[in-house]
Write a new protein. Structure first.
Length: 418
């Protein structure tokens, strides 16, 4: 009896769910808006209470001062009026007409009231100024405390911009908008890291798998070329295939190096850019002599922390490109300099050559791209040199900038942290 095949199993559900759990009481969530409203509303209320209290005390003092008697009646054989605050009344009041006496008393009362109001106003303004300074300082401190998670998010984003996808924010605190932003950013970084890791693993595995057949092809071709009885046509075909195979091996090595240098450098050692540049020049010297290109320049010590092999690849690729993409015949030159500038190590490679439009500079750093061509098609390389240089520089926390040289050629400037 035939058995019924089992139905296919459903694919597993993804473990990552971008949807966050809903809060059953969203109005109780301590959002940034609610916290800032409570914070600044409370600060305004406290400042108002303090200001009213100070004004009340000042007004009470002014009223107490204003209640001082303007004059007093002194007795004796004759009753007279004495006043220290009203000179007009303090005179011989028995000889002062009643109308003038009342006018002097009214003027003194108005003067004392005006003095009390002026004193109250000046002291109130001083109290307001003091409270404003305290309020601004307290508000600045509170705003810094509330916005501190944004600084943490910004620092992590800058670290990620330097190709360090392993960084996470992991923000603690209330479940507000900033924590939601930080958690979303961490989830995005997690997915990006998995995607980049998978891509680099694929490129590395593919390149490793291609190495073996290319090595076999090279061995077979070299064996056939070593046969002295082989026809001339076969010899020429073998040389062509060997050159093509060598180009493919360079491409595979470039892909491996590109995949390797896309990550941050974990193990760092002191490396002198001057020594690295000198070694690169020694490797390219014979090719430069063949093309009649002069290599010059002063190389001052510039020690950085990094991987010596990868840093040597930066100098080698730049010098090779400068020699190969130079003027035809005599008169061409390449200048290689290293120095320390503003606490950073700088490697500059300048060369003569064809005029390069400024809008074509960015294309030079793309893989398999050349000046005015979409794909590589010459014997000058596989089109990964500058891509590798940019990737290695970023992995070391630096960057590369290129600009056209006046009269033709390029100026390549690599800046690395010390």
């Amino acid at each position: 009896m035939a058995t019924t095949p089992a139905p296919p199993l459903a694919p597993p559900k993804p473990t990552w769910d971008p949807r966050r759990p809903q809060n059953p009481l969203p109005w109780l969530r301590p959002t940034i808006r609610i916290r800032l409203t409570l914070l600044y509303g409370g600060m305004f209320l406290i400042a108002g209470i303090l200001l009213l209290s100070i004004i009340y005390l000042l007004a009470a003092q002014a009223i107490t001062t204003g209640n001082q008697p303007l004059f007093k009646i002194v007795g004796g054989d004759k009753i007279s009026v004495s006043s220290e605050q009203c000179p007009a009344v303090d005179a011989d009041s028995t000889n002062v007409p009643l109308t003038d006496f009342n006018a002097a008393i009214a003027a003194c009362i108005d003067h004392q009231r005006q003095v009390a109001l002026d004193t109250l106003l000046s002291r109130s303004l001083l109290a307001l100024l003091g409270l404003a300074v305290i309020a601004f300082a307290f508000g600045y401190a509170m705003a810094g405390r509330v916005l501190a998670p944004l600084g943490r998010i910004t620092r992590t984003a800058r670290a990620v911009a330097g190709s360090d996808l392993s960084r996470r924010i992991e923000l603690d605190g209330p479940d507000d908008e900033l924590k939601e932003l930080a958690d979303t950013f961490d989830d995005m970084l997690e997915r990006l890291q998995r995607a980049f890791t998978a891509q680099q693993r694929f490129v590395g595995n593919a390149s490793h798998e291609l190495r073996t057949p290319l090595a076999i092809n090279r061995t077979l071709l070299e064996v056939h070329l070593s046969d002295p009885n082989a026809p001339a046509e076969l010899q020429q075909l073998g040389k062509t295939l060997l050159a093509t195979n060598e180009r493919s091996e360079q491409l595979v090595e470039g892909l491996l190096l590109l995949a390797r240098s896309d990550n941050q450098i974990v193990e760092r050692k002191p490396v002198d850019l001057a020594e690295v540049a000198s070694q690169a020049i020694d490797q390219v010297r014979s090719e430069a002599d063949t093309r009649k290109v002069e290599i010059r320049g002063e190389r001052a010590p510039a020690v950085v922390q990094g991987n010596g092999v990868l840093l040597e690849r930066i100098a080698l690729n730049l010098v090779q490109n400068a020699v190969r993409h130079n003027v035809q015949g005599a008169g061409g030159w390449v200048e290689v300099t290293t120095e320390l500038q503003h606490g950073q190590a700088v490697l500059v490679v300048t060369n003569t050559g064809p005029v390069v439009p400024a809008y074509e500079i960015d294309n030079l750093f793309e893989p398999f791209r050349r000046l005015r061509t979409e794909r590589t098609g010459s014997d000058k390389g596989v089109g990964l040199g500058l891509s590798i240089v940019r990737s290695v520089a970023r992995a070391h926390g630096g960057h590369i900038a290129a600009r056209p040289r006046e009269g033709g050629g390029l100026v390549m400037r690599v800046t690395l942290p010390v």
